[in-house]
Design a protein around this ligand. Structure first.
Ligand code: R1P
Length: 274
């Protein structure tokens, strides 16, 4: 995906909006309703944006919603793209490039995931402290887009420490329990086998999912500030694995809606960048 394509998508979006967004939001499976909270919204279908992929997964509506939330100008993705949909890693992360070129210095990535840490329970929200990329791919493979970032980006603080502290403080102030842990990303679309879950847990993952990490890699390539919030929709513990469907994932994610929305709104309210 060339920079020219990104700029064409950006110009199209800019022609529909009056104010530049400064914070991007990627809403995970069953979490898209947060975009309904945006005031003075401009909704743009992915189908209309030049070079944008289209959403194929249930629970991912497939539109950008741009407007104001808690006094901040945001651009929210109501639905993301996944590697398992058959998109290249560059296509999966194209919207993050577009967000940055639109003016976003910060991004909040959210997802539905399976909890591998036995201390977690379905319905918990988790602050992503760090990630492990088990997808076997990386969106930065290929020619480096020098004007957007370096060939070898640093990933030592992928999730902005100051923003993580801010999120923890906001959660505490609002009485919202917020777990913390490491997101292990796999390609999907199969859910994990028992043996795979035991391995991922031993290798340091607290939760497992099929998204987020490619987006964070690209965001960090462009030096964006990153915050990650996971919604644990089911327990994914190898020894006691029960099986899960996407419908169940979305159902549990939907149930966390009030807490999820309160958390993100309050994080945005007092966020002053970086
Ligand atoms: C599986 O139920 C789907 O839910 C999660 C998984 O990654 C997978 O796509 O979706 P998000 O990560 O997009 O929230």
């Amino acid at each position: 995906m060339s920079v020219t394509y990104m700029k064409e998508a950006v110009s199209f979006i800019q022609s529909k909006i009056e104010k530049e967004p400064t914070i991007g939001l990627i809403l995970g499976s069953g979490l898209g309703d947060l975009a309904e909270e945006i005031s003075s919204p401009v909704a743009i279908s992915y189908n209309d944006i030049p070079h944008f992929p289209t959403s194929t997964v249930e629970g991912h509506k497939g539109q950008l919603v741009i407007g104001e939330l808690e006094g901040k100008q945001v651009v929210a993705m109501q639905g993301r793209f996944h590697f398992y949909e058959g998109y290249s890693m560059q296509e999966v992360t194209f919207p993050v490039r577009v967000m940055k070129l639109l003016g976003c210095e910060s991004i909040i990535v959210t997802n539905a995931c399976g909890g591998m840490n036995e201390k977690f329970k379905p319905g918990d929200l988790m602050l992503i402290e760090d990630h492990i990329n088990f997808t076997g791919a990386n969106p930065l493979i290929g020619s480096n887009l020098d004007e957007l970032g370096p060939r070898f980006p640093d990933m030592s603080h992928a999730y902005t420490p100051k923003w993580r502290d801010h999120a923890l403080r906001v959660a505490e102030q609002n009485g919202i329990e917020l777990q913390q842990g490491v997101y292990a990303a796999v390609s999907g679309p199969t859910y994990m086998s028992a043996a795979e879950l035991i391995m991922l847990r031993k290798l340091g993952g607290d939760v497992v999912g099929m998204s987020t990490v490619p987006e964070v890699i690209v965001a960090r390539h462009m030096d964006m500030f990153v915050l990650g919030i996971s919604c644990i929709t089911d327990m994914a513990i190898g020894e006691t694995i029960e099986g899960i469907t996407h419908e169940e994932v979305m159902e549990v994610a939907a149930k966390t809606k009030p807490r999820f929305i309160t958390l993100i709104r309050n994080i945005l309210k007092e966020y002053d960048g970086g």
